[in-house]
Structure formats: C-alpha cells, structure tokens
Design a protein around this ligand. Structure first.
Ligand code: NAP
Length: 249
C-alpha cells in the first residue's frame, strides 16, 4: 500500500520536539518502528516515545549528541541490533545560533557546523554501512531555504544547510549502485521552537514571501518527509527539493 511503512525500521535524529517529533509520530502512525535521538529533552522524548507506541509499533528514544562521532557509531550499532537493520534515516537534528557576521563568535560558527553538518556526516557514515550491506536504504536530510537564499544573521546556518546539497549529490552518486538513495528537503518557515524565538516582525516578513501566506505546521511537514522517505519516491535522488509553500527562491 502506498505510504504504508509496516515493519520498516526508521532512525531519526532530533525527535523530541518540533518537526522531528511530528515525523516520529507520522512514521509510527504508518506502521514503522522508530528509533530517535535527542540532545537533552529527556522528558519530551519519553512522551514522544510513549505516544508513538500507541500506534502499536516499537519506539526508542535515545540520548545521543549527533556532533559526537563515537556516540553516533554506538547509536547506529545499537539501533541495528535492536531492529535488525535500518531502512530509513532522517537527519533532522539542527540548531541555530543567529548573529550578524560582525557579532558572530567562533563558537556560534563551530556549534552550528558541528551539529548541522558534521552531525549529518557522523550518523550517515555509520548508517551507510548498514544500508550498503542491505543493498537498500533511503536517507532524507532536513535542509532549509536559508541554505539556498542565504538569510541575514545566518552565515553559519546557511552555510551548514547549503553544504547538505553537495553532500547529498556526492552520497547519491556513491551509493546509488547499492540501491541507497538520498534527498535533501529545504524547508521554509515551520512553526516550532526554532522559529518562535525569532522577532515577530522578522517572522511576519518571512511569511509575507510565502505564496500561501502562512508558515507550515509540523504535521504537514512530517507527512511530506515521510512521503519522501517512501520507496515510491526513490527516483527523486541526489536533489535538494524546496518545501516552502512557494517563496519563489
Ligand atoms: P527544534 O524544534 O529546535 O528541535 C530540534 C531537535 O533537534 C530537538 O529534538 C533537539 O533535541 C534536537 N537536537 C538539537 N541538537 C542536537 C544534537 N546535537 N544531537 C541530537 N539532537 C539534537 O527544531 P525544528 O524547528 O523542529 O527543526 C528541525 C530541523 O528542521 C532542523 O534541522 C532545522 O534546521 C530544520 N528547519 C527548520 C525550519 C523551521 O522553520 N522550524 C525551517 C527550515 C529547516 P533536544 O530537544 O534534546 O534539544
């Protein structure tokens, strides 16, 4: 059945809040067993795990910092052992440290790169080994239109998200012959903790650029992510796809 993930094994980073949380629940609703990570929100992660299991699947919430290479290795090994394999990886964990370049500190730059870019390498490197052996797998990276348009105050974040485009192309070229595919979804404005911290006028201006004149909800983005993770979409490979309600970028 189209959109059915019964028996599929999913690993998603950053599932305790926002887009990741909604995506864990959407996968679970469609029958997938889901392992997801979080950085520090243990209580919310446990609540997501419990809610996901109401759909009759197995859900695992694991504290694991994506920026830690050894932790990523251990995480992937434990998920592989628990599920027997990994069919879908969603690299969702991400942070912002917005500042104009003149104010941006070295740690603002490093933290964003370590999480948003190195984190994707850390997890994908280990999951790729599992998927290549299976001769099957789907990787969905969560990018941003900031990586395409380049927003003021986000030189670090825009650079980290733009880099996912090159990563996705190279990875799909390497792994395609093993039937492992990869796509990056460049999201527009989505209502989460990440955007609730933005100045109201700035957010209003961003939404004004959207043809639909509204931000996306986490639930609708989750449906799109899960659809892109499905086998039906595997020929969309090595691309950055804009999911932004129509910004004309
Ligand atoms: P969010 O609400 O701030 O949630 C971020 C999630 O990532 C949380 O689960 C957080 O865990 C986890 N996380 C952060 N750093 C981590 C680390 N080092 N290791 C493991 N997990 C970590 O963010 P969101 O808005 O849902 O964003 C999700 C993704 O979408 C990000 O990649 C973001 O860049 C991208 N995106 C968002 C928007 C938007 O408008 N919201 C637009 C474009 C792209 P804790 O709860 O433990 O902190």
């Amino acid at each position: 059945m189209s959109g059915d993930f019964s028996g599929k094994r999913v690993l998603l980073t950053g599932g305790s809040r926002g887009i990741g949380r909604a995506t864990v629940l959407e996968f679970a609703k469609r029958g997938a067993n889901v392992a997801f990570t979080y950085a520090s929100s243990a209580e919310s992660a446990e609540a997501v795990r419990v809610e996901a299991e109401t759909y009759g699947v197995t859900a695992m919430a694991i504290q694991s910092d994506v920026s830690d290479f050894e932790a990523a290795k251990a995480l992937v090994a434990s998920v592989k052992e628990a599920f027997g394999g990994i069919d879908v990886l969603v690299n969702n964990a991400g942070i912002v440290r917005d500042k104009l370049i003149l104010q941006m500190t070295e740690s603002d730059w490093d933290e964003v790169m370590q999480t948003n870019l190195k984190g994707v390498f850390n997890i994908t490197k280990h999951v790729a080994g599992v998927m290549v052996k299976q001769r099957k797998g789907r990787i969905v990276n969560i990018g941003s239109i900031s990586g395409v348009a380049g927003f003021v105050g986000q030189t670090n974040y825009s650079a980290s998200k733009a880099a996912l485009g090159g990563f996705t192309k190279a990875l799909s070229n390497e792994l395609g012959r093993r039937n492992v595919t990869c796509v990056t979804l460049a999201l527009g404005v989505v209502e989460t903790d990440m955007t609730s911290g933005l100045p109201v006028e700035y957010l209003a201006k961003m939404v004004e650029r959207v043809a639909l004149r509204r931000p996306a909800s986490t639930a609708e983005i989750a449906r799109i992510i899960v659809n892109f993770a499905s086998e039906e979409m595997e020929y969309v490979n090595g691309q950055v796809v804009l999911v932004d309600g129509g910004t004309g970028i």
